[in-house]
Design a protein around this ligand. Structure first.
Ligand code: ADP
Ligand code: MG
Length: 283
């Protein structure tokens, strides 16, 4: 029987996740020299049957996130530490803390200051997100909820893709159909035409994120969900920012192609000559 308070000291609540609370914690006994006295994030889900007992769905997504995270190890994916059930009836998932917060907040701050993101910085982050996506796609896992709010930054501004709560392993070699999950702003056209969510749907979401990095606005936005769906399905590529280079804008446009087959894979993006130039610059 594990007492969570024996293992971790709770510092403060940093968020309310879709299925539970998100806490900043400190390990009581160093887990390893490396993580010694380092702040960590603990996501917990109360599994006890009670008035506000979690749905089977919440339990499954928490367990899935724990299980998936434990199999992933990549410099651009939030590092997993451990997960366990505690004697107070909670499922606890411990992961690295990203001190830089999320990209959504970062972009909001830029917008408030009427600043824009420098192309070199933008591409550096774009490359790191692509590397994370390439890694999970290679493992036949789909993120399914890629958005600027789920892209975290460390204090050194390294990108860490997180929140794999609804990520799933592809059940078979073929892509599977799903119920609508994720955030409407980032939903790809195929989702509304009963086509399966696949790797290219993650690429669409990535396109929306990079678009957001260039304009500080959602790629697709509308007053209500119906108008949003119509825009996603019909509107030709949204107005691009004039502040960025043509090759970058072309890549963003390619990720936002209506037909998933016309979008590049994460691997193809990393092989693009303009992107490769930047990778070389960063080495
Ligand atoms: P959900 O989107 O399902 O509600 P998240 O995993 O995105 O759950 O976590 C909710 C919030 O908690 C995030 O928006 C972020 O502010 C914070 N958070 C989650 N994980 C981390 C982390 N590893 N480092 C820093 N903040 C985090
Ligand atoms: Mg999230």
């Amino acid at each position: 029987d594990i007492d969570v308070n024996e293992k971790y000291t709770f510092l403060k609540k940093i968020g309310k996740g879709s299925y539970g609370e998100v806490w900043l914690v400190l390990p009581n006994s160093p887990l390893s020299i490396r993580s010694q006295s380092k702040q960590l994030v603990l996501k917990r889900l109360d599994l006890r049957p009670s008035a506000n007992s979690p749905s089977q769905n919440d339990i499954e997504s928490a367990e899935r996130e724990a299980k998936l995270l434990s199999t992933l190890k990549h410099p651009n994916i939030v590092a997993y530490i451990e997960s366990f059930c505690s004697n107070d009836g909670c499922l606890n998932i411990v992961m690295a803390y990203c001190e830089g917060g999320d990209l959504y907040t970062k972009l909001k701050e830029k917008k408030a200051k009427k600043e824009s993101l420098a192309e070199d910085q933008l591409i550096e982050w774009f490359i790191q997100i692509c590397m994370a996506l390439q890694y999970i796609h290679e493992k036949n896992i789909l993120h399914r909820d890629l958005k600027t709010q789920n892209i975290f930054l460390t204090k050194h501004d390294i990108v860490k893709v997180g929140d794999l709560g609804i990520a799933r392993a592809l059940e078979s070699a073929s892509e599977f159909a799903t119920t609508i999950v994720g955030t409407p702003y980032y939903m790809s056209p195929e989702i509304f035409s009963q086509k399966p969510y696949g790797q290219k749907s993650d690429i669409w979401a990535l396109g929306c994120c990079v678009y957001e990095m260039t304009t500080l606005e959602h790629a697709f936005n509308a007053k209500d969900i119906n108008a949003l769906v119509i825009k996603i399905l019909r509107e030709q590529t949204p107005q691009m920012s004039k502040k960025y280079s043509e090759p970058l804008i072309d890549i963003i446009k390619s990720m936002l192609k209506k037909n998933p087959d016309d979008r590049p894979t994460a691997k193809q993006i990393l092989q693009n000559s303009y992107i490769k130039q930047h990778i070389l610059r960063l080495l």
